[in-house]
Design a protein around this ligand. Structure first.
Ligand code: AMP
Ligand code: MG
Length: 341
């Protein structure tokens, strides 16, 4: 059963999230009802990766408009907000500063409490809420993260993670190296579509080290297969997915069984991949565990998850002063004591 702290009256929280290439403003109430979820994405120049300063500039430009749209979508006035929340970390420094400054400004203007939220914990908590899950092993796979997270002894602990680049980044850089067009869909989706065209597999380095993963060697090998060894994009895309996703599934499986849990949640941008979902689902079934994904609106970085997690913190007594709202690029989920579970 999922237990969340209750307040006597329904509170409303607003959340700002801009830790990477997306910027979001979300509003949710303490009954878990999502009132608004506005988002915009910074698109780097064709063939280039995310440049933090440029992304931050984009976020600062669009966030006032998103804020206005969020209030319109929620059909509330700013005065009806009870709590202001923002992503404090982890993430890219210049990008994080946008959500932090916006949060501070609004909290000060409305004279409301402010809560800085850990990004990874927010992904887990919105997953528990929306997936109606109690205690899942969470595979969080995005452009900036690849982590296997589980709750143990009062903390969300990272049981496995990438030692170098995140899996989403591996897919993105591979696609860019072949000049695949990601102007209409995320690069990971473009690669997924190529992979669907074949079952042919060429071997790539499978790199699981204990509970941790490495994707940089696979990326180098995949690029070489296409550029130097003449394999087609389809074959290498398929092989890249099969290899990376099998590695992720293996470590998730080990965490699931070692921790004796019976729920698996996948979240983050890469979670929308059907092949990854299929592998995880099969693995979960073998262990009699429940498998859940999330709608893209709450799996991808969003302000709602920040607002919801901030509410959980606020309702369990978390207090934060404005002086204590500096962003933290390397903020780890283990650092937060979880009082609402
Ligand atoms: P996020 O960092 O959570 O916003 O997620 C962005 C990452 O998700 C990027 O690396 C995308 O290429 C990746 N992504 C999006 N859709 C898919 C998909 N269908 N399959 C694999 N990766 C995807
Ligand atoms: Mg994220």
């Amino acid at each position: 059963m999922v237990i969340f702290p209750k307040s006597d009256t329904t509170l409303i929280a607003i959340g700002f999230e801009s830790s990477a290439d997306k910027v979001g403003v979300g509003i949710i109430d303490s009954d878990g009802k999502i009132l608004a979820n506005q988002r915009a994405t910074y698109k780097p120049e064709l063939g280039k990766g995310v440049i933090p300063r440029d992304a931050a500039e984009h976020h600062a430009e669009v966030i006032p408009g998103l804020l206005k749209s969020a209030f319109e979508e929620a059909k509330i006035t700013p005065q009806e907000i009870d709590l202001v929340t923002f992503t404090q970390g982890s993430g890219m420094g210049p990008c994080l500063r946008v959500d932090a400054v916006t949060g501070r400004t609004l909290a000060k203007k409305l004279n409301k409490p402010i809560v800085g939220v850990n990004h990874q914990i927010a992904h887990v908590e919105i997953g528990r809420l929306q997936g109606n899950l109690d205690d899942p092993i969470v595979l969080y796979v995005s452009g900036g993260n690849s982590q296997i997270i589980g709750y143990s002894h009062n903390r969300y602990r990272v049981f496995g993670e990438t030692l170098d680049i995140p899996v989403g980044n591996c897919l993105d850089v591979f696609g860019r190296s072949l000049s695949l067009d990601a102007s209409k869909a995320p690069m990971g989706k473009v690669i997924e579509d190529y992979a669907k065209l074949t079952d042919e597999y060429v071997e790539l380095p499978y790199t699981v080290k204990g509970m941790d993963l490495s994707f940089s060697g696979i990326l180098t090998a995949a690029k070489r297969k296409c550029k130097k060894e003449g394999y087609t994009t389809e074959v290498v895309a398929n092989s890249l997915q099969e290899t990376c996703f099998a590695m992720l599934t293996e470590v998730t499986e080990r965490a699931l069984t070692h921790l004796d849990k019976d729920e698996v949640l996948v979240t983050g941008g890469v979670a929308s991949n059907k092949r990854l979902q299929e592998m995880l689902n099969l693995m979960a079934k073998e262990h009699g565990a429940k498998f859940s994904g999330l709608p893209a609106a709450t799996a991808i970085d969003n302000g709602v998850m920040i607002a919801w997690t901030g509410l959980l913190m606020h309702l369990t007594g978390h207090k934060q002063s404005l002086d204590d709202t500096l962003v933290r690029q390397h903020f780890r989920p283990e650092e937060v004591s979880i009082l609402w579970r």
